[in-house]
Design a protein around this ligand. Structure first.
Ligand SMILES: [Zn+2]
Length: 370
């Protein structure tokens, strides 16, 4: 069944666990797992033509090389916004957000492991995506969301047959509720934060750019960062492509947070390796990246530094304007998904050369900001 048996390891203390054990975090430090996986060999872009038109065309680079539950995710278009900035339309996915890249990996892994049930937690998009792929896999699924999550997102989760639990007290309380459920026996925690298979899904974002740009990457990749799942996936892909000799130069990672909730930007600009003591978060339109204490903070900070990149923050007005601006260009994007365009169009010197911004979620999920 599990042709690709893999081992989880803890990046902090080196603890190891087989993935079949269903331990969702390191039992020593309670931190997130990394995966023992390096693509053994690569293929050049020319070898990819004619393959299946989904992210599964990159099978040599993935820890699971095929999926019985694919919904055709991946291969999103790249559209120019200016002479130097292009947008990758990752909202054109089966559940209308980029999270499908990671959720299909988690659900495929769960399908092979055969748990009693699956739990997930999110501000909406990851939960929606896990719910859809669990439906496809025939796995019972419970999704924990913060009370006040956009009704369009909760509707979508329930439409896929998942049980929805709305948790009072914000994102952190929601995560705690899900993790308590995840500790029960027979439960697979489809965590986009703790389970590294998710990152091996999101990394296909960069593989697609590499293929579409003829075997190279832009000078910089702008990425919205809450829990850093797209950023860490991107960093993983860049490092794999470089190690395999498939790219010569590595792009800078420009990490973007909402000014209202920017713990990583604060740590980065204070030259810290980890989060600083918490400052109370303010409300933001960018609900998908409003994460006050991301568990992979150290890895995110290290990845941005190693790339020679930086952190930018965007105020609420800039998010509103970016959403209106994109809509006026024909692109209807949710309020979190416009954050990178907001940052890059006002980014000044920090943003030089060619840049790709992801448009991560569809506007229909949140509507226009007031
Ligand atoms: Zn540990």
């Amino acid at each position: 069944m599990l042709a690709n048996m893999r081992i989880f390891h803890c990046p902090v203390d080196g603890t190891r666990s087989p993935i079949t054990a269903l331990t969702w975090c390191c039992p020593v430090c309670r931190g997130p797992w990394d995966l023992d996986f390096t693509p053994a060999r690569g293929v050049g872009v020319n070898a990819l033509s004619g393959r299946i038109d989904s992210l599964w065309r990159y099978k040599e680079f993935l820890p699971l090389d095929t999926s019985a539950i694919s919904l055709g995710e991946g291969r999103t278009p790249l559209v120019p916004l200016t002479d130097t900035v292009s947008a990758k339309l990752d909202y054109l996915m089966p559940t209308l957000s980029f999270k499908d890249r990671g959720a299909v990996m988690l659900a495929e892994l769960a399908r092979r492991l055969g748990p009693d049930r699956v739990v997930a937690d999110s501000t909406g998009n990851a939960g929606t995506s896990v719910a859809a792929y669990c439906a496809r896999a025939g796995l019972p699924c419970t999704v924990y969301v913060p009370e006040g999550t956009s009704p369009k997102k909760t509707e979508q989760i329930q439409a896929h047959g998942a049980r929805l639990v709305a948790v009072p007290g914000g994102r952190e309380a929601t995560a705690l509720a899900a993790r308590a459920a995840a500790d029960e026996p027979g439960v697979f925690y489809a965590s986009h934060v703790f389970n590294p298979f998710f990152l091996h899904g999101t990394k296909t974002y960069v593989y697609e750019l590499w293929e579409d740009l003829g075997g190279r990457l832009p000078d910089a990749l702008a990425v919205p960062v809450g829990n850093g799942t797209l950023l860490l996936g991107a960093a993983l892909a860049v490092s794999e492509l470089h190690a395999l000799g498939l790219i010569e130069t590595r792009p800078r990672l420009i990490a973007v947070q909402a000014e209202a909730v920017s713990p990583l930007a604060a740590a980065f600009h204070a030259a810290a390796d980890d989060l600083l003591p918490a400052t109370p978060p303010a409300p933001t339109l960018a609900e998908g990246i409003a994460i006050p204490r991301p568990p992979r903070a150290r890895q995110i900070l290290a990845a941005v530094r190693a790339s020679g990149g930086t952190f930018l923050t965007v105020p609420e007005d800039a998010i509103r304007e970016a959403q209106r601006d994109l809509a006026a260009r024909g692109l209807y994007v949710e309020t979190t998904g416009v954050a990178c365009w907001a940052a890059v169009r006002g980014g000044g010197d920090a943003v030089g050369g060619s840049v790709v911004v992801p448009l991560c979620g569809a506007g229909l999920k949140t509507g226009m900001a007031g």
